[in-house]
Write a protein that binds this ligand. Sequence first.
Ligand SMILES: Cc1cc2nc3c(=O)[nH]c(=O)nc-3n(C[C@H](O)[C@H](O)[C@H](O)COP(=O)(O)OP(=O)(O)OC[C@H]3O[C@@H](n4cnc5c(N)ncnc54)[C@H](O)[C@@H]3O)c2cc1C
Length: 289
Amino acid sequence: MIPAAVDYTRPSTVEEAVRALTDEDAKVLAGGQSLIPLLRLRLAAPTVLVDLDGIGDLRGVSDDGDALVIGSMTTHASVLADPLVNRYAPLLAQATATVADRQVRHRGTLGGSLAHADPAGDLPAVAVALDATLEIAGPGGRRTIAAADFFVDYLTTTLEPGEVLVAVHVPKREQWSSHYEKFNRVAQGWALVGVAAAVRRDNGNIAEARVALTNMGATPVRAAAVEAALTGAPASPATVRAAAAHAAEGANPTGDLSASAEYRGHLARVLTERAVIAALGMERPAHAA
Ligand SMILES: Cc1cc2nc3c(=O)[nH]c(=O)nc-3n(C[C@H](O)[C@H](O)[C@H](O)COP(=O)(O)OP(=O)(O)OC[C@H]3O[C@@H](n4cnc5c(N)ncnc54)[C@H](O)[C@@H]3O)c2cc1C
């Protein structure tokens, strides 16, 4: 379908963008990979599109000491190619490599993926697992919010009308190892379920663990019971298998044409075992699913 007529503006600073968004029905345009299809289907009908593409400050990755600062308009392809991301946040690079196809990755942005908050999107769970902080600009100035508090419901975040997601601050985790495991239909990249796992080993034990699930609810789900079972335990396949059995606890997946809620629960357990085993650098035992 052809989208309805809409005004278009292309600011060159964040402040100009925030001013342009004072129009009640204005909407931010980033890579357009999710928004343009919605406009074409007329499921969204903004009066004005505020295109962030001309704001150079929103692109790129910088080293802020303890954290990486990734501009919201940094494309998936740029995230993937970035040496800082690959060194200090390899979980993000690994998950980004599974997003869609080359074409979408060259247009779609990290900020757009987080702001869109699709439960099947891979990067919200990664942001939660990495304990990222989101920097937001609005009419009242700038604020920050933990990724864990940013996602509130299906396609819904704490972003208020008039606000722009500016950057994603990702703590460096040099002592940690990580893995993103995802199960998807062959024809599409969208996750039926995904698991973002990050672990820190101390000698033979798992000192800390963070595990977040994609598409196991309206928002990314922190697998708290898995994390509790892993923390302080010996890094062995048996420990991981027992911990992964708790992966679906507290989750609320939906059923759809591709997978029932029960099947998603099964996937969460299987993929959590795989993701944590891989993050620990261990071989999957022969009995593993
Ligand atoms: C064929 C296809 C397959 C895909 N497969 C996957 C997949 O396997 N995994 C996956 O994770 N994703 C997938 N995607 C989605 C892709 O990652 C998109 O890039 C992403 O959802 C949206 O990013 P965008 O930059 O295109 O945002 P846009 O489409 O421009 O915007 C999306 C929404 O976010 C808002 N927004 C965007 N940026 C900001 C900002 N900085 N501040 C405030 N609001 C903002 C917009 O107003 C809009 O509501 C797929 C997309 C397509 C088309």
